[in-house]
Each structure stands twice: as C-alpha cells, then as structure tokens.
Design a protein around this ligand. Structure first.
Ligand code: PEP
Ligand code: MG
Length: 320
C-alpha cells in the first residue's frame, strides 16, 4: 500500500478541473532532500539554511556551503531548490556573531536586517548558492524583507556576486512576504523581485500581533484569520498581475483545510513539511478551482478564523 501511495504522490497534482498545483517541501538539513523527493515533492520551496550556521564556532566557509547546497540540489532530482538566506536573530543567536540583547527579538535584528549588517557573510552565501546552481535548478529567497529599498540593497550584492563568478546558469532572487509592510507593498516588490513566497508563520504573528512562541496564544494564532487571508489575497493579486510566481511556505500551506482557500486566492504553489506532501497533493486533486474561488471570496468577509474553518469544512463535505 505504501508503494502505491508513493507512486500516487510522485504524480503532479491537478485539481478536478485540471489546474496544476505545485507542492514543494520545506527542508532544514541536507539529508532531507532525497526523502522529500521520494515523497513526491516537486522541489524545495524553503531551505532553512540556519542549520549550517547554528551550533558551531565559526560560520561555514564558501566551500563548505557550496558542497552542502550542491548535495541538496542533487537530492532533489531535478526539482527546484529555493534557498533562503540566513534567517537568524535574537531568538536564534550565532555564538560567533552575537547580537546585543533585545527586548523584542521578533521585532529586532533578524532575517535580512541581520544579513545587511553582515554583508560579507551574505556575499559568501550568495556565492555558494550561485556555484551550487551548476548542479541543477536553484533560486535564492530573502527572509523578512520590508520594502523595495532593502531588496535593492541585497540585489546589488547578489548581482556583484553573479558578475564576479561569471556563471552561466540563471539564478533568480525573490522575497519572502512575512511582514505587513511587505504585504502592503507586494505590488512594488513584485516589480523587481523574481518571485514572492508568503511566510504565513511570521505574517500571522505580525498581522495579529501575537507572539508565535507564546503558549497561551497558540490556539488563537491561526493564519486562517480573515485579516491574514486578506493580506495573502493582496499578495497573490499583486504577484500574479506582475507575472511572478506566488507561493506559501509557512505552516498554513500544509493545512489541508487551507488548501482550497489558498488555491481560491490564487496561490498555486505550496511548500510543506516533507511528510505532508502526499496529503496536500491528494487534497488539491479533490478540488475544483471555480468552487475554491467562490469559497475564498466568501471567507474574507467572515468574522474569525473559526468561522473561516467552519465554512471550509462545510464546502469540503460537499466535495468528498
Ligand atoms: C514563516 O515565517 O512562515 C516561515 C516559513 O519562516 P520561518 O518559519 O522559518 O520563520
Ligand atoms: Mg519566517
């Protein structure tokens, strides 16, 4: 039965009305790539590169990073690797690059803000990514971007690395949409960033003003909240209007109840934990895009995440 399930998972996911839904895997270590591909992942929609930098005494050099990223590209078997640049901060400190203690690490020096303060580190990571792209398809993604000005600063560093290395393979540079600022400015970001990927974990933390690590808020912090879904809707519209691919790579993408809503909002690329890939593909195959669009439009007017979930369940009962 497992072999049958894996064969099924390896096939592309098409909705009932033939719309392709790409399901990628989120990875946090090199040896997760091949098993993710075996579970039917069409690629990697988020490589959390922090694993290479944490728990050691110095940053990995260009050769070590190139080797690790190359292994991951190879493990994905022709699928695209979306490599996210380092996303550390006060909550995930590096012992060799200490950050001054912060009252609110979630609002502090993290993600791209950290990288722009350590441009040498960022350039080494860009160079390693560009070299690994010789082994297969790879794109680079920036975390915690707020606006076009930050994107341009990072892009200038990226372009300088491309020029120095004189590489043939095209590697695109995209952004995560994880802050309300980035969502509000998605239209601007989409003019220059090659793709947009919504980090629903951080986006909901910042939109709902609820700490994602707060145990007592865990039940209430739900990315299916209409305020978060409206932001996602804006981002999807802006990305699609500019001809950019739009994906969701936060936990929301791996939630079967969210799949019809995301498809209906225009998000046809999902990146989920590897073991969820078969389930999410199966879910996409049950759905019809026109019905998802109607559902998505309706839920934006509901008063809470719970109400959104009830509406989704009601629709899904009619489907299966
Ligand atoms: C997110 O914020 O949704 C995301 C995918 O990034 P991370 O969970 O690594 O912060
Ligand atoms: Mg994040």
């Amino acid at each position: 039965r497992d072999a049958v399930a894996l064969r099924e998972a390896a096939k592309p996911a098409l909705t009932q009305d033939g719309v392709p839904v790409r399901v990628h895997a989120n990875l946090g270590a090199a040896d997760e790539a091949a098993p993710a591909a075996a579970h039917g992942a069409d690629g990697c929609g988020l490589l959390r590169t922090e694993f290479l930098f944490l728990d050691r005494r110095a940053a990995p050099d260009e050769a070590e990073q190139t080797q690790e990223y190359t292994r991951i590209v190879q493990g994905l078997n022709g699928g695209m690797l979306t490599l996210r640049t380092l996303d550390v901060g006060g909550d995930k400190p590096l012992p060799y690059l200490p950050i001054a203690a912060e009252e609110n690490p979630a609002l502090g020096i993290r993600g791209l803000r950290f990288s722009l303060r350590h441009p040498d580190l960022l350039a080494v990571q860009f160079r390693a990514a560009l070299k690994a792209a010789a082994a297969g398809p790879l794109r680079v993604m920036l975390p915690m971007v707020n606006d076009l000005s930050e994107f341009r600063t990072a892009k200038a560093c990226f372009d300088a690395c491309v020029a120095e290395l004189n590489i043939a393979a095209p590697v695109s540079l995209g952004v995560m949409i994880e802050t309300p600022a980035a969502a509000m400015l998605a239209e601007q970001l989409a003019t220059e960033a090659a793709f947009l990927s919504i980090g629903s974990n951080d986006l909901s933390q910042y939109v709902l003003a609820m700490d994602r690590g707060h145990a007592a808020l865990a039940g209430a912090l739900d990315a299916m909240h209409p305020a978060v879904l409206r932001m996602i809707s804006m981002v999807a519209k802006a990305g699609l209007a500019a001809g950019r691919s739009v994906s969701v790579c936060g936990g929301l993408a791996g939630d079967p109840e969210a799949v019809p809503v995301l498809l209906g909002l225009g998000v046809a690329e999902l990146s989920v934990v590897p073991r969820q890939v078969p389930r999410i593909k199966q879910q996409a195959r049950q759905l019809r895009l026109a019905e998802c669009q109607q559902l998505a439009a309706d839920v934006l007017s509901l008063p809470s995440a719970d109400a959104v979930r009830r509406a989704v369940r009601h629709t899904l009962q009619g489907v299966s």
